[in-house]
Design a protein around this ligand. Structure first.
Ligand code: ZN
Length: 141
């Protein structure tokens, strides 16, 4: 990955072939102490992807091996158990340009990802809310 631009909370990052995503982003957030952010836009390509859909109790997942076009990618960064947690949703197009999407668990960058992020000064945290989902909150202090 390469940070192409980072100024006044506005960040543009390029991810490169073979990198794990969003794991690489979470590691960078931890290194740079980014605890709260909005991921506002992402385009590029992923392969060996795992996406999911929350059924109210747990995530039902699906795997997509083929390299797929990222049509849309957005979400946020918060702190979950003292580590940056990257929560992203994605729309992907297959070789027929048909779309599938869901909660993004992981994938491998197969071309590039061009990501735009807003780093925020608020403290986003994840709190357990029953089941596998942890809800977003901002603690009052
Ligand atoms: Zn989600």
């Amino acid at each position: 990955m390469k940070v192409l631009y980072r100024n006044n909370g506005r960040t543009v990052i390029r991810f490169d072939v073979g990198e794990q995503f969003p794991e690489t982003l979470a590691e960078w957030c931890e290194k740079e102490k980014v605890e709260s952010a909005a991921v506002v836009a992402g385009i590029g390509m992923l392969k060996d992807i795992e996406i999911g859909r929350y059924d109210g109790k747990e995530y039902v997942t699906a795997k997509i091996q083929a390299s797929s076009e990222i049509l849309s990618l957005q979400g946020n960064v918060s702190m979950k158990e003292s580590k940056p947690f990257v929560h992203l949703h994605v729309s992907l197009a297959d070789e027929n340009m048909s779309a599938r999407g869901g909660h993004l668990f992981n994938g491998t960058v197969s071309m590039t990802i061009e990501l735009v992020m807003l780093e925020l000064s608020s403290k986003f945290v994840r709190i357990p809310s029953g089941g596998a989902f942890w809800r977003l909150d901002i603690p009052k202090d």
